[in-house]
Design a binder for this molecule. Structure first.
Ligand SMILES: Cc1ncc(COP(=O)(O)O)c(C=O)c1O
Length: 370
């Protein structure tokens, strides 16, 4: 069976009608449906890209030692994860491709299960399908019963709902996985955008955090992206880190398949991962937009759940999500319906913080207008 026969329809296609309605608003659409950054790529990143523009030779699939060491240093500095072996680090071409191909690259196929959260970014499911494996959405590890998956995806902070998985939860999952030989891949691309007050952590806890795994990265992968925190979605700059033996399998496969991050992008990634200042500046932009939207949603009678980190507010009016999408489209605001992320999410909508300040102010004014 050709691979596309296994794949669901691309969900955004179903928003075309609502988008047309929102577009017809006299003051223009406020598009909060997609988490695509809108602020400028930081100068430090652009400079690094330009400096590396002369790139006649092939780049390394594994990434250069200085890049892998800088990523290891970032884990120690920002994620409470000292001891990430630079041999267990590899740049990826954005993280979506890794999410989509990881089960295939790990050799999973028919008869193997791939677990992921019940309400989740759709690509975990897609990756299982591409491999011909069985996608198993599950709210907790108990749901797997005696049939543990070969690969378990975690996503913290979670897209779409912004839930942060606490250290003790992550530690429990790691113990459970180790007893069963399950590989755990934790997708953590919003970790620098954590809004919780009163916690000592700089960022959302990582699967590689010493308090989670005791410094032993066997069977664990952290998947990370520069797209959101560094306004680099157009660069396709991301990385995976953790168990060196697993990363070697990825590198070996990707060499054969030509899956390598371009050289100028690897240099831009290096600059980004060494510079915390631009991330702090970007975080403040999102904090301000979040406060504006959260205030407007609350004032107009909405409830938000989780939303403690990441780029989205997970909002509900206690009615079917498509009704809410249509109502908001009538106000010229486009949001993503919860059903994009699983049947269990059909009463929520995902409201992205990724719009210019002026559009966010417009959205807040339209939400509170009646
Ligand atoms: C949870 C999650 N993982 C991965 C990605 C992909 O990020 P990128 O491919 O830009 O690195 C996204 C993007 O929205 C996401 O929300």
């Amino acid at each position: 069976m050709p691979v596309d026969r296994h794949l669901p329809d691309f969900p955004w296609d179903t928003l075309a009608q609502a988008k047309a309605v929102a577009n017809s608003h006299p003051d223009g659409i406020v598009d909060l449906s997609v988490g695509t950054p809108v602020d400028p790529t930081p100068q430090v990143v652009r400079d690094a890209l330009i400096t590396a523009a002369d790139a006649p030779g092939y780049p390394q699939v594994w990434g250069t030692p200085d890049l892998r060491e800088a990523i290891s240093a970032w884990f120690a500095r920002r994620r409470n994860a000292a001891g990430v072996d630079p041999d267990g680090v590899m740049p990826t071409i954005g993280s979506k491709e890794l999410v989509a191909w990881l089960p295939t690259i790990l050799g999973l196929g028919p008869g193997d299960a791939v677990g992921f959260p019940e309400i989740a970014y759709p690509t975990y499911d897609v990756g299982a399908r591409i491999a011909g494996a069985t996608p198993v959405p599950a709210q907790s590890t108990v749901q797997f019963g005696p049939r543990a998956p070969k690969l378990l995806w975690l996503n913290t902070p979670g897209n779409p709902h912004g839930q942060v998985l606490p250290i003790d939860h992550l530690a429990k999952v790691v113990r459970w996985a180790r007893e069963r030989g399950v590989i755990v891949a934790s997708d953590e691309c919003y970790a620098e955008l954590d809004w919780r007050d009163g916690v000592d952590d700089l960022t959302t806890p990582s699967i590689l955090d010493e308090r989670v795994c005791g410094g032993d990265h066997t069977g664990l992968l952290s998947v990370y992206s520069m797209s959101k925190q560094s306004n680099m979605a157009g660069y396709r700059a991301a990385f995976v880190a953790g168990d060196p033996a697993l990363v070697k399998r990825l590198v070996d496969f990707r060499k054969h398949a030509g899956m390598m991050a371009p050289w100028p992008v690897q240099r831009a990634l290096l600059a980004a991962v060494q510079d915390d200042e631009h991330v702090a500046i970007q975080k403040e932009r999102y904090r301000s937009r979040r406060n504006t939207l959260l205030g407007a949603l609350r004032e107009s009678g909405w409830r938000t759940d989780h939303s403690e980190a990441g780029l989205y507010l997970w909002a509900t009016k206690g009615q079917p999500c498509r009704t809410t999408v249509d109502e908001l489209a009538g106000k010229g605001i486009l949001v993503a319906p919860g059903d994009f992320y699983g049947a269990a999410a059909s009463a929520h909508v995902r409201v992205a913080l990724t719009a210019p300040d002026e559009r966010i102010e417009q959205a807040a004014a339209r939400l509170t207008a009646d």
